[in-house]
Ligand binder design. Structure first.
Ligand code: HEM
Length: 406
């Protein structure tokens, strides 16, 4: 009896020392302990009168002299917390001071959301709660509570039943957690329980290629025969980082190097700029000023045959026309202002230049730039013939019809 009391006092002292409790905290916990031990019979029943958020925090108060590592019984510390943190069950046969009868702790908490993860014995082995009358996971979490990494590695807990029974002698099967020290009582905490010595979080594993949405997106860039860039998840834009063949050969990089990204043929290599040196006074700003001073030309219908007479060759008119999206422009005054040079501009003289224009510089606002150069709209030969018939029959003027078409 005396030894038992001494051991109890030692355990309490060690517990207070370990927890660094202040006097008022000790009193609070003691009060909780008395309330817990005040239960009668071998079964300890803790009932929270409230109907929600009631919980119990069970901690060891008696046993081998330290808080968690070696022996001792459990102190129930009812509190208003949301979770049951731990239930530590003593191995009865190792502590002669405790009754030999199995001790059952029953928590009767109606309508309480209790999250429990497991039961840890005095030797540190976590035990699963035996299947109760329900198939829910009733195990209580170990103390200290699992860290986020440990929680993540466990299956999600299910809501707890209002009644929680912890048999003292017949514990649930052990959980795969590190074993606690079983030597003489000491204040040494197990590695996973020591503050600041929590196991590091698991290293995030990179998902295998092909399983993620990103790799699925990259799959569309994969070459037909399959390429290393798709399996590595390298976006096609990264191909610009590849060593060009000429450089790699001069650097002595073997062409079959696995480090070299495969060449992509999705886009042709960019052409070097072909801007010409314009004669002074022919800058874009000069053209803007010059365009304002161009004489107004009444718009009219123009057939392809007439357009062809304003081509680069066999041109007696000495004016050069082109068509952009159905509009006929006399680009003669613009020739010396064209940043790409007269020669390039004359490639579309006498024909529709829309396609070549858009292939070269689709960003250029031709409609604005050539507004003063517009001479008419392109119509087919048939339409020109019809119109001539109409004009001959005296049904209105040609220019009026063109305006109504606009
Ligand atoms: C007919 C109306 C055209 C207009 C109003 C026009 C206007 C322009 C303008 C404003 C630029 C400078 C673009 C810039 O700096 O970003 C330019 C550049 C150029 N244009 Fe045109 N252009 C025309 C037709 C053509 C055609 C038919 C060709 C034939 C391929 C052509 C070939 C070029 C070239 C090679 C450049 C130099 C591109 C560069 O800066 O690298 N242009 N043009």
């Amino acid at each position: 009896m005396f030894i038992g009391i001494a051991a109890l006092v030692l355990a309490v002292g060690a517990y207070i020392y370990k927890e660094g409790l202040r006097p008022h905290e000790i009193l609070t916990r003691l009060a909780g302990s008395f309330a817990f031990w005040g239960a009668t019979g071998p079964q300890r029943t803790i009932t929270d009168g409230s109907d929600s958020k009631a919980s119990i925090n069970l901690e060891k108060v008696k046993g081998g002299g330290n808080g968690t590592a070696d022996g001792g019984y459990i102190a129930g510390l009812p509190s208003r917390r949301d979770k049951v943190d731990m239930v530590v069950v003593e191995d009865e046969e190792e502590d002669p001071t405790t009754p030999t009868a199995p001790v059952k702790i029953e928590l009767s908490i109606p309508d309480v959301e209790v999250e429990s993860k497991g039961v840890r014995s005095r030797k540190g082995k976590a035990r699963r709660m035996p299947d109760d009358d329900s198939d829910e996971d009733l195990s209580v979490p170990m103390f200290p509570a699992l860290n986020s990494a440990q929680r993540a590695s466990k299956p999600a807990s299910v809501p707890q039943a209002p009644s929680l029974v912890v048999p003292g002698s017949m514990g649930p099967p052990p959980l795969p957690v590190p074993k606690l020290a079983t030597g003489p009582p000491s204040l040494a905490l197990p590695s996973f329980a020591a503050p600041g010595l929590m196991p590091p979080p698991p290293i995030p594993m990179r998902k295998p290629a092909g399983s993620s949405a990103a790799s699925a997106r990259n799959a569309q860039y994969a070459r037909p025969g399959g390429s290393s860039s798709s399996s590595l998840g390298v976006p096609p834009s990264a191909s610009s980082l590849a060593v060009p063949p000429s450089a790699s050969s001069s650097l002595g990089v073997p062409k079959t190097s696995s480090l070299q990204l495969p060449p992509t043929h999705s886009q042709p290599p960019p052409k070097p700029r072909q801007k010409v040196i314009l004669t002074p006074g022919h800058s874009p700003l000069d053209w803007a000023n010059h365009q304002r001073n161009l004489p107004f030309v009444p718009l009219r219908r123009i057939a392809p045959s007439e357009l062809a007479t304003h081509g680069a060759r066999k041109n007696e008119t000495k004016t050069y026309w082109t068509v952009l999206e159905g509009k006929v422009y006399d680009m003669t005054p613009y020739l010396p202002y064209h940043p790409g040079g007269e020669k390039e501009l004359l490639r579309v003289a006498g024909k529709d230049g829309t396609k070549l224009f858009n292939l070269t510089h689709p960003w250029v606002n031709w409609d604005n730039m050539l507004r003063g150069c517009e001479v008419g709209i392109l119509v087919s030969e048939n339409e020109m013939l019809k119109k001539e018939v109409t004009v001959d029959s005296g049904a209105g003027g040609e220019e009026e019809d063109l305006e109504s078409m606009d």
